[in-house]
Ligand binder design. Sequence first.
Ligand SMILES: Nc1ncnc2c1ncn2[C@@H]1O[C@H](CO)[C@@H](NC(=O)[C@@H](N)CO)[C@H]1O
Length: 147
Amino acid sequence: MRVLLIHSDYIEYEVKDKALKEPEPIPEEMKKGRMEEVLVAFISVEKVDEKNPEEVVARAVKEIVEVAEQVKTKNVFVYPFAHLSSELAKPSVALEVLKKVEEGLRNAGYNVGRAPFGYYKAFKLSCKGHPLAELSRTIVPEGIVEE
Ligand SMILES: Nc1ncnc2c1ncn2[C@@H]1O[C@H](CO)[C@@H](NC(=O)[C@@H](N)CO)[C@H]1O
């Protein structure tokens, strides 16, 4: 899993078009969204994560919580983002992993939003620009060496 973390004044998105034949079914209210004072986690779920999705979810939640504590926000936005890796997990696994990351963060006491999976989306982001505002993490199942 590759994670790009951007501490932002806000993120807003709008669904434009299907990017998969069968994207995640979403209610009308999920077609647009906005969150303020937020840690945005752009996440690419990778093929290697299929070896132990539960472990990757647990480690991703831990890493994201650590950064959220450092930048002092309780708001996290999970953004499915297929552009951080050339070795992507298949969509069915990726969606499950992303939903579990969202659930794990909520269980850890965070206000969590998530962008819809399987769509092209317009988005606006306002990065705060402080030294911890732009971070990335690579998370793989134990015992695997990521290139
Ligand atoms: N392994 C994976 N990890 C994260 N997201 C993944 C994925 N496989 C599919 N997606 C989702 O399907 C859209 C088309 O790839 C993706 N859409 C996007 O990445 C938008 N930024 C538009 O490009 C994403 O919603």
